[in-house]
Structures are given as C-alpha cells and as structure tokens.
Write a protein that binds this ligand. Sequence first.
Ligand code: NAP
Length: 246
Amino acid sequence: MSLPLSGKIALITGAGSGIGRAACRLLNREGATIIVADRNVEAARQVANSLNGDNQFIELDVSSKQSIQNGIQSIVSKFNAPPSIVVNAAGIIKDNFILKLEEDQFDDVIRVNLKGTFLMMQNCANAMVEKNIVNGTIINLGSIASKIGNIGQANYTSSKAGVEAMTKTASREFGKFGIRVNCVLPGFINTPMTESVPEKVKDYMTMQCPLRRFGNPEEVAEVIAFLASDKSSYVNGASIEVTGGI
Ligand code: NAP
C-alpha cells in the first residue's frame, strides 16, 4: 500500500528543532523525501540522519534570498525537481516590552519570521511554476499569539499576524497554479522556543488553555501533515488553530 506522501519532496525550514523536526519525522513516515533545512546545520544533519530513505540536509537562512536560492538549486540538481511541499517553520523570538524593545530586536524578528516566510514562498512557488508542479502545498507557521496580543511580544505578534495575512494573499495569487497556501496557528507548544519562559508565566499560560497543558510538537505536525497531503485538496488560504482551545 502506498503512503499518502510517497514520491513527494518536502522542504522544511527550522527543521533542526521543535515543530519543524516533528514535521520532518511525520512527513517522512508518511512517505515523503525530506529536505531538512535549518541555519543550524548540525541540528539539520542529526534530524536527516534519523529519517528513512534518501533525504538531504541543507544549511539555509530564511532571511537570505541567496541562501534560499542556493538551497532550491541543490534540491533541483539532486532530485531533478523542486519540492512540492514547503513547510515554513523557521522562527525566532526576541521578547521585550514595547517601552524597552530595541529597534534591532524588532527588525530581527520581522526579518526572520515575516520576510523569511515571504522569501521562501516567493522562491519556492517560482520554482514550482517553472517546473510545472501543479499540486504544490505551502504551510506557514503563524501563532495564536498574534490573535491574543501576547505581552512582551510586539515584534513577534506583528510578524505572525503578517504571516497569516500574507498566507491569504499568496493563496489567492498561487491558486491558479494549483499551489495551495495555508497557515497553522499553534498555541503554547513544548519546544526549545518556550523552554526559557519562566515557570510562573508557563503556569499562567496553562490556565489559559481549556485542556490545561502545553501541546507537543507532534500534535502540530499532524495538522501540517494533513495540509501537506491530498486529504486537504480543497483547503486553501485557511488558518488552522492548534491550541487546545485557547
Ligand atoms: P524552535 O524549537 O526554536 O525551532 C526553530 C528553528 O528555526 C531552530 O532550529 C532555529 O535555529 C531555526 N531558525 C531560526 N532562525 C532561522 C533562520 N533565519 N533560517 C533558518 N532557520 C532558522 O521553535 P519551534 O517552537 O519549533 O517553532 C517553530 C515555528 O512555530 C516558529 O515559526 C514559531 O514561531 C512557531 N510557533 C511556535 C510556538 C511554540 O509554542 N513553540 C507557538 C506558536 C508558533 P536556531 O536554534 O539556531 O535559532
């Protein structure tokens, strides 16, 4: 029996850690060949080595157009096709209250989270169109933080609101090429990104969640896998919350 993602190439950014890594593992179990992309190349190598089949790890900085284009070129040379599944999971936080937020803390988060998602979508969709991929799917990681307006995260919440809005625009522009674009909005998920949150704040966040717990990266990966597969063939421009009900 063939698996749902057999024969597909999936490029996953931020793949060395957390949600990106969980997505690599699940999409690989579902049959996809995985391009494990991260700016932390050692983490990417370790994830790629833990997968089955002919996968690839690449050093890729989503905030650099050149780095993305080099990555796509290396995939096309190896597999003779660009990825038809793209998961934009690279992301950073640099928290501070607005009254204290430095300009570079603001710019860094916007550059990686928002501009990085734009550059990835633009370059990957161009490669898909050029190679006549007609069933592409792009999955962007937004955040429920953009809807709540988390304190201390003005840079992050605005970057993620931008990702969600840009997902809608991209879904309208790319639809005619057969490329779907959707957004996943996780709540509080147990990954290195949330590890440094003080226990008091974690307790408060847990109480905000009807399920009274943080989610696991695998629970977000399940929704990513759905959006990557043909099971979601008529889902486009959507934002799916994975928050335990926040
Ligand atoms: P994570 O564990 O910190 O993993 C993020 C990965 O992205 C890291 O390996 C990181 O490398 C990499 N990265 C950072 N900047 C990059 C760049 N410029 N180019 C390529 N890779 C880069 O985070 P996560 O929790 O899995 O988050 C994944 C996505 O989900 C992010 O977009 C995040 O905003 C979003 N999200 C997370 C949560 C949550 O509660 N965890 C909630 C909502 C949304 P370094 O280690 O070198 O920085």
